[in-house]
Design a protein around this ligand. Structure first.
Ligand code: PLP
Length: 284
């Protein structure tokens, strides 16, 4: 694989970053994951805008222009021959030379790395045919989940809890209400109504979420943005999750209880098709 590090394309085994990088020592960095369909970028504009927001919230400089970012993503797709997959982009505060809790001054350049992952079944995921099973776990993350930081230890632990329970993911719960999945936004469906938590600092502002809610409203579904409980999930007609690399993924079970018919329902299935069709057309 050819990867990108600080302006250079090189084989992955030759790519290096300093051990003093604050991304490594302090999880002081942000990232984006953009999916690739037919060799093109899905919602690149949305991901670029959120990257800027994450950087600003952490008082970090942008590592390059948006035009350079787009060019780099396209070059990685070309060099690695990606048809379906994703591009991971990470920007950390860089290497100040010593370990310190203080942010370094502006002379320290951010570190930017990016790489591709091939996902041949991205649009045609077998999991979408059976749906995800999830368990609920407490959400013990920090209070700025709206910033897409590389601090992913708890979501990673929650994914391991799911694996140990023999299911696909964990939905995290705070104050009796679902916040989100380990790496996706969470939704329930009641009749014609799609319910998902409103955008605050409690959840990541999903790029897929924004597009799916737009398509849902255009398709005459009602959209209600509010927190919901695990009991409401159990009583819902359907449930689903969204993220860049799963698009719209039906969720058919929570804590061992079947949701609706216990298989991907018509609304989640329709939203998945709508999303993939529309984003394929708009990919750049
Ligand atoms: N919520 C969390 C915690 C995530 O990590 C992600 C994506 O990785 C999402 C939601 C979905 O965001 P997006 O649709 O932008 O991929």
């Amino acid at each position: 694989r050819t990867v990108f590090v600080n302006g250079t394309y090189l084989p992955e085994d030759q790519a290096t970053v300093s051990i003093f990088d604050r991304g490594f020592l302090m999880a002081d960095g942000v990232y984006e994951v953009t999916s690739v369909l037919d060799g093109k970028l899905v919602d690149f504009d949305g991901h670029t805008k959120r990257l800027h927001r994450s950087l600003e919230e952490l008082d970090m400089q942008a590592p390059c222009s948006d035009a350079d970012l787009l060019e780099m993503h396209r070059e990685l797709i070309r060099l690695n021959g990606i048809d379906q997959g994703m591009i991971y982009l990470q920007v950390t505060r860089g290497n100040p030379g010593d370990r310190s809790f203080l942010f370094p001054d502006g002379a320290v350049k951010p570190t930017i790395v990016a790489f591709t992952q091939d996902i041949p079944t991205l649009a045609d995921a077998p999991a979408a045919k059976t749906g995800f099973k999830v368990i609920s776990v407490p959400d013990i993350r920090w209070g700025r989940r709206d910033i897409k930081t590389v601090q992913l230890l708890y979501p990673s632990m929650a994914k391991m809890m799911a694996k140990k329970a023999g299911v696909d993911d964990s939905w995290m719960v705070e104050d009796g209400h679902v916040t989100e999945g380990t790496s996706n936004n969470a939704y329930i469906i009641k009749g014609n109504r799609i319910i998902t938590r409103q955008l605050t600092n409690d959840i990541l502002h999903g790029i897929t979420r924004a597009a799916v809610l737009r398509f849902a409203a255009e398709a005459q579904f009602e959209v209600e943005e509010r927190p919901f409980t695990v009991d409401e999930v159990k009583q819902a007609d359907e449930a689903f999750a969204t993220a860049a690399t799963i698009f719209v993924m039906p969720v058919v079970e929570i804590d061992g209880a079947q949701i609706g018919a216990g298989k991907p329902g018509p609304v989640a299935t329709r939203l998945r098709e709508l999303y993939i069709d529309e984003m394929r057309k708009a990919a750049i």
